[in-house]
Write a protein that binds this ligand. Structure first.
Ligand code: NAD
Ligand code: AKB
Length: 331
C-alpha cells in the first residue's frame, strides 16, 4: 500500500471515530472514570457523555459533558440516547460480588434490568455498538481452578455471578436474533489508584497498597494463600478499547471473552510490596468474602481473546506494583 492510501485510510478512520457519540453509564465508578477519560482522548471530549446515578467524579470535571441518569429508568435512558444522538453505549452500572450478597434481589434487579434496558434500546435505535462487562465471577466451585477455559462448567454461586452469566446469554441472544453488536469481557479483579473500587471481593488488592503506604500494615479479609486472577487498570482499559475497535468478524465469542494478565495471593502481593516498603506486614482474618473468592478460579486461560483480536497484557505483578506505588506516592 502506498503512503497516500495509508493516510487516506487513517483520515477515514478518524472521520468515522468523530461520528460516533458515546454514552458511558456508571462513569463515576472504578472503571468508568478511567474508561471515560480514555474514550475522550480518542473521540474528543464532547463526543463522550459521562453519566451516573451519583455525582460527577472530580477527575471527569471539565473533560466533557456529564448527565445524571438512572439506567433503571428506561424512558429517561431512551430520551437521553435520542437527545444526545448516541451511537454507542458502555454500560458499567452494576452491583459487585460482595455488595450483591448483602441484597441479592436488588443486585439481580440492577444487573439484569440495566442490561435489558440498554439492549432493547440498542435494538430499537440500531446503535452501532454496546459494551457490557462480565466477570470471572461467572465461574463457580465446579469450574477448573487453574487456567480456567473459555468454555467449561459454569455454575456460579453468587447472585453477582448468576447475573453476569445470564447477562452473557442475553448479549449473545441480542446479537444472534437482532444483530445488536454487543461485546463483552470477563474482567478479573481490577487494580487501580484513580477511583475507589465499588464493593468487590478482589478490592483487597487495592486496599493493601493504601495500608502499605499509610500505616505499613494491612488487615486482609482473605486467607494469605487465596490466589485470584487480577489485572492492572491500564491493561483493562486497553483491552476494552481494543475489543470495541476490532472488526466485527474478529469477535467470535458473543457471550463474553475470558481475559487474563496475572494471578496472585495476598501473601504474594505482600512480598512484592515488601520489596519497596521494607517492614510492611499483612495480617489475615477471613470474612464472608473468603467463600466467594474460593468459589472462583485461581487463573484464567484467555487464548481465544489473544488469538481472535490480538489481546496481550503488559502488566504482571512486579510491574503493576512498581507503577501503583509510584502513582500513589505522587498523589
Ligand atoms: P463501580 O461500583 O465502581 O461503578 C459502578 C457505577 O455505576 C457507580 O458509579 C454507580 O454509582 C453507578 N450506578 C449504579 N447504579 C446505577 C444506576 N441505576 N444508574 C446509573 N448508574 C448507576 O463498579 P466498577 O468496578 O467500575 O465496575 C463496572 C463494571 O465492570 C460492572 O459491571 C462490574 O461488574 C464489572 N467488573 C468490574 C470488575 C472490577 O474489578 N472492578 C471486575 C469484573 C467486572
Ligand atoms: C468483584 O470482586 O466482585 C469484582 C469482580 C472480579 O467481578 N472485582
Amino acid at each position: 500500500m502506498v503512503e497516500t492510501d495509508v493516510l487516506c485510510l487513517q483520515s477515514e478512520s478518524v472521520q468515522h471515530m468523530k461520528k460516533e457519540k458515546i454514552l458511558v453509564i456508571g462513569a463515576s465508578g472504578q472503571i468508568g472514570v478511567e474508561l471515560t477519560l480514555a474514550l475522550r482522548k480518542m473521540y474528543g471530549g464532547s463526543q463522550v457523555i459521562a453519566s451516573d446515578l451519583r455525582e460527577e467524579n472530580e477527575l471527569l470535571k471539565g473533560t466533557g459533558p456529564y448527565v445524571s441518569l438512572d439506567v433503571m429508568n428506561k424512558e429517561m435512558l431512551h430520551v437521553q440516547i435520542l437527545r444526545q444522538n448516541i451511537t454507542q453505549v458502555y454500560l458499567l452500572a452494576a452491583m459487585l460480588s460482595a455488595t450483591g450478597e448483602k441484597n441479592p434481589p436488588l443486585a439481580w434487579h440492577l444487573n439484569m434490568q440495566s442490561l435489558l434496558n440498554v439492549l432493547d434500546i440498542a435494538k430499537e435505535e440500531k446503535l452501532s455498538k454496546v459494551y457490557w462487562p462480565s466477570s470471572i465471577a461467572v465461574f463457580g466451585p465446579t469450574s477448573p481452578k487453574v487456567d480456567c477455559p473459555q468454555h467449561t462448567i459454569i455454575e456460579p454461586t453468587t447472585v453477582y455471578g448468576i447475573s453476569k452469566y445470564a447477562g452473557e446469554f442475553w448479549c449473545n441472544y441480542f446479537f444472534q436474533r437482532y444483530g445488536v453488536d454487543v461485546r463483552s469481557l470477563r474482567y478479573p479483579g481490577l487494580i487501580s489508584y484513580k477511583s475507589a473500587p465499588g464493593g468487590g471481593t478482589t478490592d483487597y488488592a487495592i486496599d493493601i497498597f493504601l495500608g502499605a503506604k499509610e500505616k505499613k500494615q494491612y488487615a486482609c479479609y482473605l486467607k494469605e494463600d487465596t490466589k485470584l486472577p487480577m489485572m492492572y487498570m491500564p491493561d483493562a482499559i486497553r483491552a476494552t478499547i481494543e475489543l470495541m475497535e476490532a472488526p466485527a468478524e474478529k469477535i467470535k465469542v458473543r457471550t463474553s471473552y475470558n481475559l487474563s494478565a496475572m494471578s496472585f495471593s495476598p501473601s504474594d502481593i505482600t512480598s512484592e510490596i515488601q520489596k519497596h516498603i521494607p517492614g510492611f506486614k499483612s495480617t489475615y482474618s477471613p470474612d464472608s468474602r473468603q467463600s466467594i473468592a474460593e468459589s472462583w478460579p485461581q487463573s484464567i486461560d484467555d487464548h481465544e481473546a489473544r488469538a481472535h483480536w490480538g489481546w496481550n497484557h503488559q502488566f504482571d505483578l512486579e510491574k503493576m506494583t512498581i507503577d501503583m506505588l509510584a502513582n500513589l506516592n505522587a498523589l
